[in-house]
Design a binder for this molecule. Structure first.
Ligand SMILES: Cc1cc2nc3c(=O)[nH]c(=O)nc-3n(C[C@H](O)[C@H](O)[C@H](O)COP(=O)(O)O)c2cc1C
Ligand code: SF4
Ligand code: SF4
Length: 600
């Protein structure tokens, strides 16, 4: 067992995620807002409101020519897979959404648990879990819901009269043959023109949102792609896929690069020597197989010319996660992928190296002022988001930080920190802010803002990224988790990327039977057993298995094992199984209380 983590339960059968319908999601939004001023468990205080007025800071930027009201959003990963996740990210203030990677192999079993955010960030979640068809529907549902919520009167005071433009960016992988397959090609075409998908789903808009049934919703959900190249993807393949996407799909394209670009010695000197993670075991084979710096420099230059020749924009994303040996063995794979604080330093070093190698005027960052957009995704937090944007990141996307307690609620404070930094620089725009920070970097003797940030995070500001500041384990209490009652920290609700957990105040009728003022329940069809709530629960045990597991779908209920309840929004508990039978009355009472079941 890994220190601080309860034993994983790898033998549990794989539960496929079962998305909720558009009608259910919208009814849930309405019911939660009416009964508890929350949407998908995000409290109104965590909803981001766009500043307006003459002195307001404008956090807008252009993503490959498309206007976007803020420069942050979820990175391709667990926060951009299901419709409710994307809506949650929008409520938090995200305006750029890098959608979960879609690939031709869409019926794979992902080993579980697959996320370990106990300290820095590790995962083995290397593929999508929904089918490509389901992904298209999830992205369309999210697109439609956000367009409705932008105009929904009850939210007006919380999101502002004009919440600002937003962009969905597709992510596809992982090889040319798969991307050329009919399945993926048709996905890309449907995202570029989703008229039929949107019209099909309109019929599912419930009465609560009836006035939006004929809303004019743009048919192009996305016409940009961030190419997710897997570890070891050959350079020729990266080049061929990019050319294919630009030329055959008429798509603006960003290529995700690996931190291995700075070489084994470069990575080791940062991860081991500068940051002290001596237990991280680098895989030397990854450095041989991945794209090398000289080839990357040639490729960026060539692909930018190719994109321009086709009237398109080209960009790079820094960076993919770092592949290492799995020394913890909590997740059941030989290799795992590092994200979070150390990756932030590595990705900044990659940017610095590229700026040194590329011709001046190639990258679109301060000090270079070229055309190739730099999307940055590596350990971005409230503490470093302003420095990241100052480097020229357009956008800064986030994954690991949103998997920590607070979840999507961490986005609005991040935007607040950014807008405060912009205002303190005496500017009201990101361009003005960057100009001020670039001038300061030059005065301090650095060629670029990225070089200044790298010097800071490997020098006097290194502690935030160093092992010493990132080894504290989540709090534990000496108590075995039970179905009813717990320390009620709410972590299982906020760390779940899928919003599978919800809490309900304990009804008075149960006050003498169970402990605690709040009870926690899990919508089992939204849980993919990623393990994240188990990591953060201070009590001993897996909340996703121990708290009452509710199913809406009779077939999923029948096919599952372990304690479980079949429920219907209007009728409460229909059946219980797997040892849960004695608890059915209690679950019924909880679900029929005033707040009750959020799903309608
Ligand atoms: C659980 C998990 C799943 C991820 N899934 C994907 C994915 O499907 N496609 C992809 O390109 N990157 C994926 N990533 C990588 C993220 O997009 C991001 O680049 C990386 O985590 C670094 O950002 P962070 O330090 O903020 O986590 C995933 C990361 C995590 C932690
Ligand atoms: S309930 Fe827990 S295990 Fe299930 S998806 Fe959410 S965080 Fe992961
Ligand atoms: S189940 Fe665990 S994580 Fe969830 S509220 Fe209770 S103590 Fe906190």
């Amino acid at each position: 067992m890994t220190q601080g983590l309860p034993p994983a339960t790898p033998d549990t059968p794989q539960p496929p995620l079962t998305p909720l319908s558009l009608g259910t999601l919208l009814r849930r939004i309405h019911h939660e807002w009416t009964t508890r001023q929350r949407i998908f468990d995000l409290p109104s205080a965590r909803i981001w409101k766009r500043e307006t007025g003459p002195d307001a800071v404008d956090l807008g930027f252009e993503f490959l020519g498309r206007p976007c009201a803020t420069p942050i959003g979820p990175a391709a990963g667990p926060h951009s897979q299901m419709a409710q996740n994307i809506v949650l990210a929008w409520l938090g203030g995200s305006r750029l959404f890098e959608l979960k990677t879609v690939q031709v192999l869409d019926d794979l079993d992902i080993a579980r648990p697959c996320i370990d955010m106990q300290t820095i960030g590790y995962n083995i979640e290397w593929s999508q879990e929904l089918t490509v068809e389901q992904s298209l529907e999830e992205y369309t549902k999210a697109w439609m819901i956000i367009h409705m919520l932008q105009r929904w009167e009850p939210l007006r005071d919380h999101v502002g009269a004009d919440p600002g433009p937003f962009v969905f960016d597709m992510s596809v992988g992982y090889d040319l043959a798969g991307i050329k397959s009919d399945k993926v090609a048709s996905f890309i075409r449907s995202m570029k023109d989703a008229t039929s998908e949107i019209n099909r789903l309109r019929a599912d808009i419930p009465d609560e949102f009836a006035k939006f049934r004929d809303l004019d919703i743009p048919a192009t959900i996305s016409d940009t792609i961030t190419l997710s190249t897997f570890h070891g993807c050959p350079p020729d393949e990266i080049e061929a896929i990019t050319r294919h996407l630009i030329a055959d799909h008429d798509i603006h394209t960003i290529v995700k690069l690996n931190p291995t670009l700075i070489g084994l010695d470069g990575v080791s000197s940062i991860v081991h020597d500068a940051l002290g993670y001596d237990y991280i075991q680098l895989k030397s084979s990854a450095f041989d197989e991945d794209l090398h710096l000289d080839r990357a420099i040639a490729l960026i230059t060539e692909l930018n010319e190719f994109a321009k020749g086709h009237g398109h924009r080209f960009g790079i994303k820094l960076t993919n996660t770092l592949v290492v040996n799995n020394h913890k063995s909590w997740m059941p794979e030989d290799a795992m992928y590092v994200s979070g604080p150390p990756l932030h330093v590595l990705a900044t070093a990659v940017l610095d190296k590229l700026l040194g190698g590329l011709a001046p005027g190639t990258l679109d960052v301060p000090g270079s002022d070229g055309e190739v957009m730099v999307s940055f995704s590596a350990g971005v937090t409230k503490g470093n988001v302003a420095d990241t944007i100052a480097m020229g990141a357009n956008p800064a996307t986030v994954c690991s930080d949103l998997l920590k307690p607070g979840g999507y609620g961490r986005l609005a404070p991040m935007l607040k920190a950014l807008s405060t930094a912009v205002a303190e620089s005496g500017s009201t725009s990101l361009a003005g802010f960057r100009a001020v920070r670039f001038a300061a970097a030059k005065t301090a003797g650095h060629a670029t803002t990225a070089a200044a940030h790298l010097a800071y995070i490997t020098g006097e500001g290194a502690s935030e990224y160093h092992l010493e500041d990132n080894k504290k384990l989540p709090r534990v209490v000496d108590h075995d988790l039970e179905m009813w009652g717990c320390v009620a920290c709410n972590f299982c609700v906020t760390v779940c990327p899928n919003d599978a957990f919800f809490k309900v105040p304990t009804p008075e009728t149960l006050a003498d039977e169970v402990t605690g003022r709040q009870q926690y329940l899990v919508l089992a069809e939204l849980c993919n057993e990623c393990g994240n709530c188990m990591t953060f629960c201070p009590e001993s045990g897996d909340p996703a298995q121990i708290k009452p597991r509710l199913f809406l779908d009779p077939q999923r209920f029948e096919g599952a094992t372990g304690q479980r309840f079949l429920i219907a929004p209007d009728s409460g508990v229909l059946a219980a199984a797997g040892g849960a039978e004695d608890h059915a009355t209690r679950v019924d009472q909880v679900l029929s209380a005033d707040e009750g079941l959020p799903v309608r």
